[in-house]
Every structure is written in C-alpha cells, then in structure tokens.
Design a protein around this ligand. Structure first.
Ligand code: ATP
Ligand code: MG
Ligand code: MG
Length: 355
C-alpha cells in the first residue's frame, strides 16, 4: 500500500512547475484589460469581474481559462441578490454579449470568438493566442461562488493543494468537462470543500476533537492534527465587497504526508463514509441534508426527463449554493456514477494515477 508521504511527494513532483514558478494573476490582468477595452466601446457602464479558478486559487494556472462577467452597477449594489433566470433576463444578457462579441472580433481579428446563446447561461467563448476566456453578463452567482470557495480554501492555505490535486486528476482521467464529462472543476471543488468541512462527521466516535491555539478546531486524523474548517454562511458573500480582479495568493509547498493523508481520506469519505445514495453535498447548510428534503428523487428525475430536453440526474447530488434548485452533478447518469466510483477506487490506489 502506498504511504501518505509517497502520495504527497508524487503529487508535489507532478505539480513541481507550480512551486516557485512565476505564478501570478498577470495573465488575468492582461486578459481583463483586453476584454474591458472591448466592453468600454459597447457598454462603458458595465464593470468586468473575474471568477472561476483564477479567483479561487489566487493565481493563473498555465492551461486554465479565465471566466469574466460584465456586471451592471445595480448588480453590484445589490451584491447579495439572486440572479434572474427569466427569458427576459437571458435575452438582455444575449444582447449585451452579442455587442461585446462583435467588438472583440473587430479589435482582435485573429481570435476565435463564439457566441453560445442557448445554454443555461449565455456565454461568449474566446480563444486568444495565450489564453482562453469565457464572458457572461449580469450574473453575480459565479463571482459569489468563486469567492465562497476561495474563502474556504484560504482558511487553511495548505488545503489549496488538495483542490489542485483533485482537479488536475479529474482532468487527466477524463471525468472533468461539461460535455461528455461527469463534473466540472467547480463541482470537484465543492466536493473538496464539503469533504474538508464534514470529514469528522460519519466517523468513528472515538476521534479526538480539540480547540486549536488559534481558535480553529483541530481534529486528529491518524493521530496527527489537521485544522478543521469553519462553516461560512453563503448568504454573507456580497459582490460589492469582492474585488473585480482577484488578489494574488502565493502558493506555499505543503507537508507531503498531510497532503497524501488528505487524498486518501477524501476518497475514503466519498467511497464509504458519506451516504451518497440518500444525501446531498451542499455548502448551503451547516447540517447534512437529504435528497428527499430537496425533492431530488428518482421520481423527480423521471418527471423532469419526460418533459425537458436536457437530461437531469439526481445520483450525485451537489447543491449549487446560489442557483435555485440546481444540481451541479446533474450530468452524472447512473452509468457515469458507477464509473466515477471506479475512478475513485483507482485514484485512491494509484496516488491519483501518479504511482
Ligand atoms: P477550470 O480551470 O477547469 O476552468 P474553474 O475553477 O474555472 O476551472 P469551472 O468549472 O470552469 O471552474 O467553473 C467556473 C464557473 O462556472 C463556476 O464558478 C460556476 O459559476 C460555473 N459552473 C461551472 N460548472 C457548473 C455547473 N455544473 N453548474 C453550475 N454552474 C457551474
Ligand atoms: Mg474556468
Ligand atoms: Mg470557463
């Protein structure tokens, strides 16, 4: 069996380029000014916000896209407001994005600019020479959910490595991606944060819990102290208090053994401790919640799939913290759910496929 230290070391070796590299948010700033330049010529009153991984991690990953959203002043002032999903709201977003896409095309003729109008969230996808980005409009939820994940992952900065490791593994094994994929990076990040918040639950009662010196609770995993996360009320996240471009967060190397232990325990949690069949992975509630309580049941699944084009599944249930009644794991069919469990078993046994 692989030792936690060997697993942690393999992960750090794989991501060696992240340690001490010139990680920064410079690329994000550069892309931001390019998009802002186009936005200013069509809708100068809109403010451009960044979200997604560059916000969550506080640096720009070499191969990742950057997510932008153009927000109106009223969206920012009402920074805790919910996003409308009406056809009218979507129509307004599509109009702004069409103008923006035209301007981006005109100013950067060699870039590939694609407008996706019919998706749940209208988006413009841009492929530029060194960077890809997605642009949406008038929607605060991405800014809020990214800030929520960032707040969680910075409570104990070493935990950022678990997120980096799981996300990159999910991409290597082909489980990550909106079309044909199982979950997005966003979904995997929620799995990581939920695990970190609830790993002491569904566990043996003899586990010691004690208050850490800094007030954060610590708990013993295999006799070693790991700092526990504090629950954050997601409703407190307010766009008017979130910076439009994320502040850079230096990435310190973690203790390899702790990282290895976390990876093993992450898989153990989802393979055997968390009651996946009956419960929902959710950052919205402090206490565990059931599928039944959200009406995310087989019957609801069948009813939805009889009436709508996009299939929705309630096997792997991950409640979006801000979207109403949205399962982030909605693409995970029973077949993919089984395959995913197999990937988890294999990921555990092979140090995320690295050993
Ligand atoms: P990557 O580097 O793979 O792009 P990322 O951290 O940017 O990772 P994405 O999965 O691209 O993560 O998600 C970016 C944003 O898109 C999220 O903050 C969220 O608002 C939205 N999103 C992604 N997946 C979903 C989903 N399954 N359901 C609802 N919203 C989603
Ligand atoms: Mg992204
Ligand atoms: Mg994106």
């Amino acid at each position: 069996m692989l030792s936690p230290a060997a697993i942690g070391k393999a992960i750090l070796d794989h991501h060696a380029s992240l340690i001490g590299a010139d990680l920064s948010v410079k690329r994000v700033h550069d892309a931001h000014s390019l998009v802002k330049n186009s936005l200013d010529s069509v809708a100068p009153d809109l403010k451009l916000y960044t979200f997604g991984s560059s916000t969550v991690f506080g640096f720009h990953e070499p191969k990742s896209d950057v997510d932008f959203v153009a927000l109106r002043q009223e969206d920012i002032v009402d920074g805790k407001g919910g996003d409308s999903t009406s056809q009218l709201a979507k129509g307004l977003q599509t109009q702004v994005l069409a103008k923006l896409a035209a301007s981006v095309r005109q100013k950067n003729v060699q870039w590939a600019v694609e407008e996706v109008r019919r998706a749940r969230v209208p988006v413009v996808k841009v492929k530029a020479p060194h960077i890809d980005f997605d642009i949406t409009a008038h929607r605060r939820n991405g800014v809020r959910n990214s800030a929520l994940l960032r707040h969680y992952l910075t409570q104990v900065p070493e935990n950022r490595w678990l997120s980096i490791a799981i996300k990159s593994w999910s991409k290597r094994v082909g489980m990550n991606g909106p079309v044909g994929g199982y979950l997005t990076s966003y979904g995997f990040n929620i799995l990581v944060v939920y695990y970190l918040l609830h790993r002491r639950r569904h566990e043996q009662p003899e586990v010691e819990q004690k208050e850490g010196q800094d007030g954060a609770a610590s708990a013993s995993v295999d006799g070693k102290q790991q700092k526990e996360l504090t629950f954050i009320d997601k409703d407190t996240l307010d766009v008017s208090l979130i910076p439009p471009i994320p502040e850079y967060l230096a990435l310190e190397p973690p203790n390899p053994e702790t990282l290895g232990e976390q990876v093993l325990d992450f898989f153990d949690f989802y393979l055997s401790r968390f009651p996946m069949e009956s419960h929902v992975i959710s950052l919205s509630h402090k206490e565990p919640i059931t599928k039944q309580s959200l009406n995310w049941t087989k019957t609801a699944e069948d009813m939805k799939n009889n009436t709508s084009m996009e299939k929705v599944f309630y096997r792997l249930c991950i409640e979006d913290p801000y979207e109403v009644n949205l399962n982030v794991g909605r693409n995970v069919s029973p077949f993919k759910f089984d395959l995913m469990k197999k990937h988890f078993v294999k990921g555990r046994a092979t140090a995320l496929g690295l050993l």
